[in-house]
Each structure stands twice: as C-alpha cells, then as structure tokens.
Design a protein around this ligand. Structure first.
Ligand code: APR
Length: 233
C-alpha cells in the first residue's frame, strides 16, 4: 500500500518586476515610456500597421536584452520550490528567464519575445534565438513574420488555461506586477476562497485586496527566496 501524500499546488503569477534584478526594465516606470517609446507606438496592432519597421526594431532590441540577461535569485528560488510543491508559473513576461532557471511549468500570457509567428496562421511559431526579424522575413505560407507577442487590444489566447491553473491553487503568489493590465489582473480573483494569497512587490499596488492577501513589501530577489524558504520549512 502506498502512503503517497498529495503535494500542494503553488501558482506563481509574475510580472515585469520579477526580471528587474536581471536587468530588464518594467513597463510603467520611466515616465510611462518603454525604452523611450509610448506603448501605443510599438505594442499595438495599429502600430504594426503604421510602422512595422519600428515595431520589429523595438522587439529585436528587447530580444537582444533578454538574451544577455540571466535568471536571478527569485527565478532560481521558484525552481527550488518544486522539490516539495507542484509549482505552476503563469507569467506576463515575454522573457525566458523562468525556463532558463529551470522551472518545469511556465505559461506565457503575453507571448514570448524569442519566438516569431506568422501573420496569416497564428499557430505557426518559430524560435528565433539570436536572430532578428526583418521586414520581408516570411513564414512557410509566405506571410510576414511578426513578434510572438500579445499586443494591447489583442485577445489573450492563454487566458482560459491560466484561469484553470489558478483555480487549482492552494497557494497563489503574485510577484512584481502592477496588476494594471486586464484580463491578466483578474487572475487573482480566479483562485478559490480558501487559497492563501501572497504578494511580493516593493510597492504593493493599491489594487491588491489587502484583506485577503499577505503582502511582502520587498524586491523579488529579497522576498521570493525568503518566502520559498518559509514554505519549504
Ligand atoms: N521586484 C519585484 N517587483 C518590482 C521590482 C523588483 N525588483 N521592481 C519593480 N517592481 C514592481 C513595481 O512596483 C510594479 O508594481 O513591478 C511592477 C511592474 O509593473 P508593470 O511595469 O506594470 O509590469 P506588469 O505588471 O508586468 O505589466 C503587465 O503590461 O505592458 C504590458 O504586456 C505588458 O506584460 C506586461 C503587462
């Protein structure tokens, strides 16, 4: 007879703050500009229609920065947590730092900057690695490649899957997100009432329901390893 004890599910919802200490910028700092651009000039279908070269260059530059960045202590701590819990990461980040740290289950809500996808068949994606996308680069169907990114105003195809994952959380941890972007920010409500909710953010957003959340007002690299150590104790 086996005496297997079922492991608890930890769902970790991450945002740009998770990767700050790896050297990657957040979106809503710096006077609302993102690498010197207004979001609507580089991260919308309208921007793509108006100036695809600018959009491609913007993401080519971000891809190079991601390639040069390394996972930090917070990414690594979440891998350690897998020794005792079933850990699912749901991230708004388009970098691959969770994967490179070694996390087993990562769902990207807003796409992945290291991939391109077809403008005709959204199911066709291809890994870019160090390669840029240029105007004229096409998918096998012959249509222009675009960054594999969910832009503002576009559907979030992974949202249902994310809500399903969160609905099974025993513990929900929210790291480094301002919770300003819908529908991703609604995930905090998709957790069952019994779920323990913990927020790690040096500036805990006002949108966090303080009555039902434990708040750790620290950076990811300070707060996440501490939290993981306490969960493993
Ligand atoms: N550790 C943890 N959190 C941090 C750190 C840090 N070192 N530094 C900053 N933060 C927090 C900020 O306090 C802020 O609450 O990270 C959050 C970053 O917020 P945003 O820049 O709004 O990023 P995010 O919430 O991930 O944005 C969501 O918006 O621009 C779109 O699609 C893009 O996925 C992105 C989405």
């Amino acid at each position: 007879m086996s005496a297997e004890v079922s492991r608890k599910n930890v769902v970790v919802f991450t945002g740009a703050g998770m990767s700050v200490e790896s050297g990657l910028q957040t979106f809503r700092g710096d006077g609302g500009l993102w690498e010197g651009h207004r979001v609507e000039d580089v991260a919308t279908p309208e921007a793509w229609a108006k100036d695809p070269v600018l959009v491609l260059e913007f993401y080519n530059k971000r891809r190079r920065k991601v390639r040069a960045a390394q996972p930090n202590a917070a990414h690594r701590a979440l891998v350690d947590l897998e020794s005792a819990y079933d850990v699912r990461i749901v991230t708004q980040n388009v970098d691959d730092l969770h994967e490179r740290a070694g996390s087993m289950h990562v769902l990207h809500l807003h796409g992945e900057v290291l991939y391109a996808r077809s403008t005709r068949d959204p199911s066709h994606t291809q890994y870019l690695g160090d390669t840029d996308i240029a105007l004229g680069d096409t998918c096998p169907l012959g249509s222009q490649l675009r960054p594999h990114i969910v832009w503002f105003g576009e559907m979030v195809p992974a949202m249902d899957e994310a809500a399903r994952i969160v609905s099974q959380a025993d513990i929900f941890v929210c790291v480094g997100t301002s919770l300003q972007v819908y529908p991703a920010n609604s995930l905090i409500d998709a957790a069952p009432r019994r779920t323990r909710r913990i927020v790690v953010n040096p500036e805990v957003p006002d949108l966090v329901p303080g009555d039902i959340c434990e708040c750790i007002a620290k950076t990811a690299c300070e707060g996440v390893p501490e939290l993981v150590a306490s969960l493993l104790r």
